[in-house]
Design a protein around this ligand. Structure first.
Ligand code: NAP
Length: 320
């Protein structure tokens, strides 16, 4: 079978396709015939060597994917060969024709959700769920600003907020992204690349503050977020690519909270709860991942360039 291998940290060109031996599940594991793999920004951070995780070279990148169960190891009762599934977390790496996962990393994929969409669920929807409900404790009728709503996590946050009856302001940085955010049900959209757009957010809020901000680029936006936060508001830092200067007094006067959130910190128990909470939404298409671009497996380097480029439109996937 074919898999992407990385022998050293570096630019996207270190992603090389190779023939490797077919996988055999150990006890408690399944082997998946991968139909699509999700490309997450963290895959690119790890590949470049700028992320605090240890890897054993050569490694195959990729955390999320979807496909059909090919074989199950001893003690796996929940799944059988032929089952349609998606996974989040992977022992062998998702950028391959086959992937080996713990059975606890695997979830049934409803018929109405394509494999490409299945590969877009794992990190984005669990991140969005954890930001919205575990950290921000969002409730009905609150107002959220999804600061970066056009990408994988942004669209997931939007759909989950919509299901929870939360009022949504979403930002994007391109015309196409703005249309997507509007189509996905945001009540208002703003362009985060337009000078003065936070004044537009304040105008929309009409003197009210925003209860929740889910922030995709905290190093750029955190101080601006503090300027629009409501009393007892919560800002969840999901994405951050550098340092920020903030005025903590803005948080003080509003009794506001800045919450860090890394989805990798979710316990097994928490993950089970999160993924079972997504099941009904996926079955009814209320949660309906948007695929913006797909690349074939040998073009993994192009996918890594695309995931860090501006102009996000839902999710990027690789087809093995
Ligand atoms: P993505 O699909 O590449 O989307 C990136 C998003 O950031 C797009 O909506 C993009 O909008 C937006 N953005 C760009 N410039 C912005 C700005 N100045 N202000 C606000 N938003 C801006 O990536 P993703 O998978 O959605 O992930 C989003 C971020 O969260 C990444 O930094 C990722 O590393 C991080 N993340 C964190 C966790 C966690 O556990 N904390 C989990 C998953 C992802 P345009 O392209 O339209 O400009």
């Amino acid at each position: 079978m074919k898999a992407i291998k990385v022998y050293k940290f570096g630019d996207p060109q270190v992603l090389q396709i190779e023939d490797v031996v077919t996988l055999v599940p150990e006890a408690g594991e399944v082997v998946v015939d991968v139909k699509a793999a999700g490309v997450n920004p963290v895959d690119a951070y790890i590949r470049s060597g700028n992320y605090p995780v240890s890897v054993n070279f050569p490694y195959t990148p990729g955390i999320d994917g979807a496909g059909i169960i090919k074989a199950v190891g001893e003690n796996v009762k929940k799944f059988a060969a032929g089952d349609r599934i998606y996974f989040s977390g992977c022992q062998s790496g998702a950028y391959a024709q086959e992937a080996k996962c713990l059975s606890s990393q695997v979830f049934f994929l409803p018929e109405n959700i394509s494999f490409e969409q299945g590969a877009a669920v794992g990190i984005p929807y669990s991140t969005a769920y954890r930001a919205l409900f575990t950290k921000a404790r969002a409730v009905d009728q609150e107002i959220i600003f999804i600061h970066g709503a056009s990408g994988g996590v942004g669209v997931a946050t939007l759909q989950l907020a919509k299901m929870a009856n939360i009022k949504i302001i979403g930002s994007a940085g391109s015309e196409r992204g703005l249309s997507l955010v509007k189509e996905q049900g945001a009540d208002h959209v703003v362009n985060h690349n337009q000078p003065g757009y936070m004044k537009e957010v304040a105008r929309i809020l009409n003197g009210q503050g925003v209860d929740i901000v889910v922030e995709m680029l905290a190093n750029v936006n955190l101080d601006a977020d503090l300027n629009i936060i409501a009393k007892n508001g919560r800002i969840v830092v999901v994405g951050c690519r550098g340092e920020a200067v903030i005025h903590p007094r803005l948080a003080m006067v509003q009794d506001a909270t800045i919450l860090g959130m890394a989805v990798m910190n979710a316990s097994l128990e928490e993950r089970i709860k999160i993924f079972s909470s997504l099941a009904e939404g996926l079955k009814t298409n209320k949660l309906n991942p948007v695929i913006g671009k797909s690349f074939s497996l040998p073009d993994a380097a192009l996918a890594h360039e695309a995931i860090l480029a501006p102009g996000a439109y839902g999710k990027i996937v690789l087809i093995p």
